[in-house]
Every structure is written in structure tokens, then in C-alpha cells.
Design a protein around this ligand. Structure first.
Ligand SMILES: NC(=O)c1ccc[n+]([C@@H]2O[C@H](COP(=O)([O-])OP(=O)(O)OC[C@H]3O[C@@H](n4cnc5c(N)ncnc54)[C@H](OP(=O)(O)O)[C@@H]3O)[C@@H](O)[C@H]2O)c1
Length: 264
């Protein structure tokens, strides 16, 4: 006779883009905070390696741009018990290039991953989030969702759009016990965002934060159920400056050191 395996009693958290960078750091943090994590990204080998160091982690290799991605993700959450305490919509990419160079096609490509995919995943998981209420949806936006820079217009468009959508979703889901929190990271060196323009000089390297700053912001948003959190927190001052002195911020953000040169 084999012993029955007891179901994992921990609340479930799903993190998209968990195969590197911010998603990996957030998944590790949620696991140490007591969640059972589902790691989602395309690279199954990377997910397996990361999962091997996180107790009870499940891996979900899915391309978020695939037509059947939302159905696959909802089925995986159903199979893990059907109640989702935390969804972290994190997967995203840079969307570099001026509008004259990358054009409408570049904007559409960036929106498909950074914006549309977050909506498609959230739509598929709202029943599981409501079933687990009080629960949280975290949306990984960016300071670029408050301040636009030349060469990153498509990226900023996707993040500005996320912020607006999140504000509406927060108001809509409050009555169902689903909190919506927006994380606004500044510059963080990761695989997809190496920040080489900044790390190369002592004059700008201090601007670059660590993935753990973002993981801390995620944990804090879940705990406090506040609407948004910058990571690291002082980036909020830049967003405030952009709101009160837009011309000054336009001059600062057009400086060559802040203009992205890497294509992502
Ligand atoms: N790093 C920064 O400075 C910074 C600043 C502000 C905001 N952010 C935001 O933070 C998020 C994470 O960025 P990161 O810096 O951690 O970059 P990253 O290291 O490049 O991570 C991106 C993640 O997204 C996944 N991904 C990409 N395309 C996917 C697809 N089609 N389907 C499923 N997963 C996909 C990647 O995994 P696979 O390749 O295995 O699929 C990877 O796990 C993004 O939304 C980004 O906009 C980053």
C-alpha cells in the first residue's frame, strides 16, 4: 500500500517571466514568504533549474503569445487546486527603437507581450483569484509607465497602458476581494535589460537597482494591498518631478546616457 500524498496547504502564486531577472527574484521571495509558486516562461530547462531550488515549485512552460496560452494556464491552476492567491504579471521585453525605425509594427509587437498578454492571463485567472479572495494581482509596469524616453516609445506605451488598465481593474475587482497592485521598477540590471549604458560609468551606475528591490516591492504590495510601489522606492520622486515639471524631465530623460541603445 502506498501512502497518500497530502495536498500542499500553501496558498498558490503564479509568476510569469520566472525564468530570469525580476520574475525569478519575485518567485523566490514569494516561496520564502510561504507561497507555493508556479513558474511560467518559455524556457523549460531554465524553469526546471530554478524550481529545483524552490520547495514544491511547479513549472509551466508556456509562450504567452500563443493563442492557447490562457487556456493552458487556467488548466494548470485548476489542476493545482483552482484557487490562486497571487498572480504576478511580470513577463515583458524592451521594445527598443524610435517610432520612425520600428514603426507601428514595433509598437504592436511590444504591446502583444507587455500589455495584451497580461490582460489575457488575468482574464483567464479571475475566477481562480476570486475563489481565493482576499487575493492579489501584481502588474509589473515600470517608471517608463510614467516617464517616456526617446528610443523607448513602444515600451512606454505598453507600460502607460498597463497603469491605466490596472487602475480600472482595481476598482472593479475590489468588491470581489481581488487587490490589484502595480510595481514600477526603475533601472534594474537583468538578462533582458542589461543597463550597460548606465553600469559602465560611476556617474550613472548608482541608478541601477537589484531584482531583490522589486521582490521586496512585490511582497510589500501583497501585505499592504496598496495600489502601487516604486522599486527602489525613491523612483517615486522622479515620477513626481515628471508630473510637476514635464519640460525639465523631458530634458533629463533625453540625455544620451538614459537613451536605450540595446535592442530587446
Ligand atoms: N529590468 C529593468 O530595468 C526593468 C525596469 C522596469 C520594468 N521592468 C519589467 O520587468 C519585467 C521583467 O523584466 P526583466 O528585467 O526581469 O527581464 P528578463 O530577465 O528579460 O525577463 C523577462 C522574462 O519574460 C519571459 N518571457 C519573455 N517573452 C515571453 C513569452 N512570449 N512567453 C512567456 N514568457 C516570456 C522570459 O522568459 P523566457 O525567455 O524563458 O520565455 C523571462 O523570464 C518586464 O515586464 C519588464 O518590462 C524591468
Amino acid at each position: 500500500m502506498t501512502d497518500a500524498v497530502a495536498p500542499d496547504p500553501r496558498p498558490l502564486a503564479l509568476v510569469t517571466g520566472a525564468s530570469s531577472g525580476l520574475g525569478e527574484a519575485i518567485a523566490r521571495r514569494l516561496s520564502s514568504d510561504g507561497y507555493r509558486v508556479i513558474l511560467l516562461a518559455r524556457r523549460a530547462d531554465r524553469l526546471e533549474t530554478i524550481a529545483s531550488g524552490i520547495p514544491g515549485a511547479l513549472v509551466l512552460p508556456v509562450d504567452l503569445l500563443a493563442e492557447d496560452a490562457p487556456a493552458k494556464i487556467a488548466a494548470a491552476v485548476d489542476a493545482a487546486g483552482g484557487k490562486l492567491a497571487v498572480l504576478v504579471n511580470n513577463a515583458g521585453a524592451g521594445g527598443r527603437g524610435t517610432f520612425a525605425d520600428a514603426g507601428f509594427a514595433g509598437v504592436r509587437q511590444t504591446m502583444a507581450l507587455n500589455f495584451d498578454a497580461q490582460l489575457r492571463v488575468t482574464e483567464a485567472l479571475i475566477p481562480a483569484l476570486r475563489a481565493a479572495a482576499p487575493s492579489s494581482v501584481l502588474i509589473v509596469s515600470s517608471v517608463s509607465g510614467k516617464i517616456a524616453r526617446p528610443g523607448a516609445g513602444a515600451y512606454s506605451a505598453s507600460k502607460f497602458a498597463l497603469n491605466g488598465w490596472a487602475d480600472a481593474l482595481r476598482a472593479e475587482e475590489a468588491a470581489h476581494g481581488v487587490h490589484v497592485g502595480v510595481i514600477l521598477p526603475g533601472f534594474i540590471a537583468t538578462e533582458g535589460f542589461p543597463q550597460k549604458e548606465l553600469t559602465g560609468s560611476w556617474k550613472t551606475s548608482w541608478l541601477v537597482g537589484k531584482p531583490e528591490h522589486v521582490a521586496d516591492a512585490a511582497a510589500r504590495l501583497i501585505r499592504t494591498r496598496k495600489p502601487e510601489r516604486y522599486a527602489p522606492a525613491p523612483w517615486k520622486l522622479m515620477a513626481l518631478l515628471a508630473a510637476v515639471a514635464p519640460s525639465l524631465m523631458a530634458r533629463i530623460s533625453a540625455r544620451p546616457a538614459l537613451t536605450p541603445t540595446t535592442k530587446a
